[in-house]
Design a binder for this molecule. Structure first.
Ligand code: ATP
Ligand code: MG
Length: 583
C-alpha cells in the first residue's frame, strides 16, 4: 500500500475524551473513529490489525478441530425466554420490536442460538464431539462504555461452543481449547497469563480467563511466585482472578486462650477500623468488621477481620445469589437501626455469615450495635452465632499460595479471553438432547469459549507502547514493514524505495510505502505513532554510501545494509520471528 493513497488521518493532539493509552493511540494513529458512545468505525489500519488477530484465532480454532459458522446478529426473544435469560440478562441486552411487534434482541453472546441449532440438527452420539465457533460483531449495552475498544457496546468477538456426550469428553474439549488459547495469545506476541476464574453459582464447572499483563488492566491477578514444586510434582503455577483467588485456610490455634468476659466500651465518634483500633490500643487483626450487603434484595451481615475486605463474588456464590451489592449507609441503617461503624453481630436480627478467618480469632473487638460503643473480648459461639462460614474475603499479598504455600504476587491484567465449562445448564433449559450408545436420551454437555478480538488489539497497545506511539508485536501489526522514502524528489532514492517495496510485496511481506511529499521528520513521527515493527529508511546514506537503514520499532536497534540485501534481510528476520512464536 502507498501511504499517499491510504485513509490514515493521524492526529497531533491527544483527544480529550480518551482516558487510557490504547484509546488515545488508536485515535491519534488513525485506526478508529467514534460514531456514537461505545461504537466505533475501524479505519484501514485498525481493521488490518483486527484481521490479523482474527486470522490467528481462526487458524488455531481450526487446528483444534472447531468449525466456523456465522450465526445471526438479530435473535428472537422466544429463545431467551426459554433459557430464562430474557429476564436475567438485564439492560445489557438491547431489545427491540420488529414491524410485526415481535420482540427481538441484538446478540451479546450466542448460547441460545447455537443450542437451538444443535438440538434441531444433531441427534446422535455419533456426531459428537462438536465444536462450533464464529467471529462476529456483538452488541452489549454496557452501562459505562469506555476506554475505546476495551469496553465498547459494539465489538468483535470470537465465540465458540462445544457439545460433548460424556464428562470425560467435555473435559478433554475444555483442555484442547485451553491449549488453543495458549497458542493464540502466544502467536499474537503478547505477554499473558491464564488464570482461574469465577464460575458463578453453577457447581462443578470450571473456567479460565486469559489475561494480557498490563499495568493499566482493570483486573487484579494473584500469581504464585514461589517456583515451588506443587503436590502434583510440577512447578506451582497457581494464578487466579481476585474474584476467585484464595489464600491458605487459617492455621488452627496452637493453644486455646482463656475467653475473657465481654466488655462494652465507649468509643465516641470512632467508626473506621483505624480510628477504633487506635483508640482501643489494639491491632486491626483483633477487630471484626460487620459489613452489610444486599443479596437479591435481602440484607446480610458479613463478618471479616479488621484488616481484610469482603470479596462480593465469593459472597454471591456462597449465598447462591444472582446479585450482591454492598448496602449504603442509609440502607444499612434501615436494615439494622444502627449507624455504620458501630454495627456488630451480637443480637443482630438479619442473617450473619463470617469469613473463615474469624473462626480462629478469640477475644476480639466488634461494634456493639449501639452508636458510640464497641465490645471488647467478643467470641464467636459464645456471644453470637453465624449461619455460614466460608472464604469470603479478598486475598492480600500477605497470603500464601493455596496450592503450595509460597508467596503470592499481584499483577494487573486485561481479560481478552474466557473459557467456561457450562455443563448441561443450557441444554437442559432448551431441552437439547442426543441418543447415546445405548439409545438413551442425554443432555449435551457444553462449553463456551470467547475471545475479545477488538479488545485484544487494544490490550496489545496497553502492553506495548512508548512516548512516541504504538509498538505493535509483529504478528498483529497492520503492516510488517514501512518504507520511508526520505526524498521523494530524488529519482535515485525513489527508485530504490520502489525496488524494496516491490521486492517485499513479491515475497509476501505486508508493506507500506511512505511516498508522501512530507519532511523526513514527520514521516519518522508517523511511523513511530502507527507502530509498524520494521522501518526501512531510504535517504542520503543510500545516495552517498549505498546503504539502507532498517530500524526496529521495539528496541530502536538499527542496521545498515546494501540495497541488494535489504529485502532478503527483512524476509528472513520476519520469518524467523513469526516461526518462533508459532512453534
Ligand atoms: P467483562 O468482565 O470485561 O465485561 P465478560 O465476562 O462480560 O467481560 P465474556 O462474556 O466472557 O466477557 O466475553 C468474552 C470476551 O469478550 C471477553 O473475554 C472480552 O475479551 C470480550 N468482551 C466482553 N465485553 C466486551 C466489551 N464490552 N468490549 C470489548 N470486548 C468485550
Ligand atoms: Mg461483561
Amino acid at each position: 500500500m502507498r501511504y499517499s493513497q491510504l485513509l490514515l488521518p493521524t492526529l497531533k493532539e491527544t483527544p480529550a475524551e480518551a482516558e487510557v493509552v490504547s484509546h488515545r493511540l488508536l485515535l491519534r494513529a488513525g485506526f478508529i473513529r467514534k460514531l456514537t458512545s461505545g461504537v466505533y468505525t475501524y479505519l484501514p489500519l485498525g481493521l488490518a490489525a483486527i484481521r490479523k488477530v482474527e486470522q490467528i484465532v481462526r487458524q488455531e480454532m481450526n487446528r483444534a478441530g472447531a468449525q466456523e459458522v456465522l450465526l445471526p446478529v438479530v435473535q428472537p426473544a422466544d429463545l431467551w425466554i426459554e433459557s430464562g435469560r430474557w429476564v436475567k440478562y438485564g439492560p445489557e441486552l438491547l431489545r427491540f420490536k420488529d414491524r410485526h411487534e415481535r420482540e427481538s434482541c441484538l446478540g451479546p453472546t450466542h448460547e441460545e442460538v447455537i443450542t437451538d441449532l444443535v438440538r434441531k440438527n444433531v441427534h446422535s452420539y455419533k456426531n459428537l464431539p462438536l465444536n462450533l465457533y464464529q467471529i462476529q460483531t456483538k452488541f452489549r449495552d454496557e452501562i459505562r462504555p469506555r476506554f475505546g475498544l476495551m469496553r465498547g457496546r459494539e465489538f468483535i468477538m470470537k465465540d465458540g461452543y462445544s457439545f460433548d456426550g460424556t464428562e470425560d469428553a467435555a473435559n478433554a474439549t475444555y483442555n484442547k481449547m485451553h491449549e488453543a488459547y495458549q497458542r493464540i495469545f502466544k502467536r499474537c506476541g503478547l505477554s499473558f497469563r491464564a488464570v482461574e476464574a469465577d464460575t458463578g453459582s453453577i457447581g462443578g464447572s470450571f473456567s479460565h480467563e486469559f489475561m494480557v499483563l498490563a499495568e493499566t488492566g482493570e483486573d487484579t491477578l494473584a500469581i504464585c511466585k514461589s517456583g515451588n514444586k506443587a503436590p502434583s510434582g510440577e512447578i506451582c503455577n497457581y494464578a487466579a482472578n481476585m474474584e476467585k483467588a484464595a489464600g491458605q485456610p487459617p492455621a488452627p490455634l496452637v493453644s486455646e486462650p482463656q475467653l475473657l468476659p465481654l466488655k462494652k466500651i465507649e468509643t465516641p465518634g470512632k467508626r473506621k477500623v483505624q480510628a477504633v483500633t487506635e483508640f482501643l490500643g489494639i491491632a486491626p487483626q483483633n477487630l471484626v468488621k460487620t459489613m452489610i450487603y444486599v443479596a437479591d434484595g435481602k440484607p446480610v451481615a458479613v463478618l471479616v477481620r479488621g484488616d481484610h475486605e469482603v470479596q462480593p463474588v465469593k459472597l454471591k456464590n456462597m449465598l447462591g445469589a444472582v446479585d450482591v451489592e454492598m448496602a449504603d449507609d442509609k440502607q444499612a441503617f434501615g436494615f439494622t437501626g444502627v449507624p455504620t461503624g458501630y454495627l456488630g453481630p451480637v443480637g443482630m436480627k438479619i442473617t450473619v455469615v463470617a469469613d473463615r478467618e474469624v473462626t480462629v480469632m478469640r477475644n476480639f473487638a466488634i461494634g456493639a450495635s449501639e452508636k458510640n460503643y464497641h465490645y471488647l473480648n467478643a467470641n464467636l459461639g459464645r456471644d453470637f452465632e453465624v449461619s455460614a462460614v466460608g472464604d469470603l474475603r479478598m486475598v492480600t499479598e500477605d497470603d500464601c499460595c493455596p496450592v503450595c504455600g509460597g508467596e503470592l504476587e499481584f499483577t494487573k491484567g486485561i481479560e481478552v479471553g474466557h473459557i467456561f465449562k457450562l455443563g448441561t445448564s443450557y441444554s437442559e433449559a432448551l431441552q437439547a438432547t442426543f441418543l447415546d450408545g445405548n439409545g438413551k436420551e442425554q443432555f449435551f454437555i457444553m462449553g463456551c469459549y470467547g475471545i475479545g478480538v477488538s479488545r485484544t488489539v487494544a490490550a496489545s497497545i496497553e502492553q506495548n507502547h512508548d512516548q512516541d506511539g504504538i509498538v505493535f508485536p509483529l504478528p498483529i501489526a497492520p503492516y510488517q514493514v514501512v518504507i520511508l522514502n526520505l526524498s521523494p524528489k530524488d529519482e535515485q532514492i525513489t527508485q530504490a524505495a520502489e525496488d524494496i517495496y516491490q521486492g517485499l510485496l513479491a515475497a509476501g511481506v505486508e508493506v507500506l510505502l511512505d511516498d508522501r511529499d512530507e519532511r523526513p521528520g514527520s514521516k519518522f513521527k508517523d511511523a513511530d505513532l502507527i507502530g509498524i515493527p520494521f522501518r526501512v529508511m531510504v535517504g542520503k546514506s543510500f545516495t552517498q554510501e549505498g546503504l539502507i537503514e532498517i530500524r526496529r520499532r521495539d528496541n530502536g536497534q538499527s542496521i545498515s545494509v546494501p540495497l541488494s540485501e535489504a529485502v532478503d534481510n527483512l524476509v528472513a528476520t520476519i520469518r524467523a520471528e513469526l516461526n518462533e512464536l508459532s512453534a
